[in-house]
Design a protein around this ligand. Structure first.
Ligand SMILES: [Zn+2]
Length: 236
């Protein structure tokens, strides 16, 4: 019975959304406030951004189109890998990210929304923080991977890790062009610029990813940031 009431209440919302999409004026609403406009990685982050990234998870073709747009802007280099089954894990319209404005310690598999989220984070949170603190961009990102066909915390039973679908990225540190190296394991508590960069990067990641887990969360995250797609801004 409750479901019937819910459906009746939702009808006007769905109709309004449909009319909104048809209305020619919807084109004139800036895309950062318009949940139906194509996703652009340079649209300033706001609460709608996460909603849009979530919606793209349900719409692989739109997500890949947005990623192709980012590639045209020179924001990312990647190859599509499709939806292979690897071990007991199934990827869904995944990509292999080769580089962005940074080099990576290794290329990595990512679901389309994860790749897009990374680019948004890098351009709107990580690099602005690096410029403010170091006067230049991060040149290289060190990581320990994104895809691993396993359960949460390697338990024999229980739910699948986000890593089983390449929906999370584990970042261990950043390097500048001159070789200055910052690691989560070594500098998280640092008072100087390296510690500042880590803390600003982590805080910034919370504006983009579904969940960000860092050294304060537990011992398993002492040496990396886990940046994942599940949730709505869980930040620990
Ligand atoms: Zn992780």
């Amino acid at each position: 019975m409750r479901y019937v009431v819910l459906i009746i209440l939702l009808i006007p919302v769905v109709v309004a959304a449909g009319l909104w999409q048809q209305w020619p004026g919807s084109e004139r609403v800036p895309s950062k406030y318009n949940p139906f406009a194509p996703f652009n990685v340079d649209d300033p982050l706001n609460p709608i951004t996460r909603f849009k990234l979530k919606a793209l998870d349900q719409d692989p073709q739109r997500c890949l189109a947005a990623l192709a747009g980012a590639r045209e802007q020179g924001a990312i280099d990647y190859v599509e890998v499709g939806s292979p089954e690897i071990g007991a894990c199934q990827l869904d319209h995944a990509v292999r990210v080769r580089s962005t404005s940074v080099q990576f310690s290794a290329s990595f598999l990512a679901s389309c929304p994860l790749a897009l989220s990374w680019v948004v984070f890098e351009r709107q949170r990580l690099q602005p923080a690096a410029r403010e603190i170091f006067g230049r961009d991060v040149a290289r990102v060190d990581h320990v991977g994104s895809f691993a066909c396993r359960n949460v915390y390697h338990r024999a039973s229980g739910r699948r890790s986000e890593h089983a679908t390449a929906e999370a990225f584990d970042v261990t540190g950043f390097r500048m062009e001159d070789g200055t190296r910052t690691t989560v394991a070594g500098h998280w508590q640092d008072e100087g610029p390296r510690g500042q960069l880590l803390r600003r990067a982590f805080e910034g990641s919370c504006d983009v990813f579904g969940n960000s887990l860092g050294p304060e969360y537990n011992a398993a995250h002492r040496d990396h940031f886990h940046l994942g797609m599940r949730g709505y801004g869980l930040c620990r």
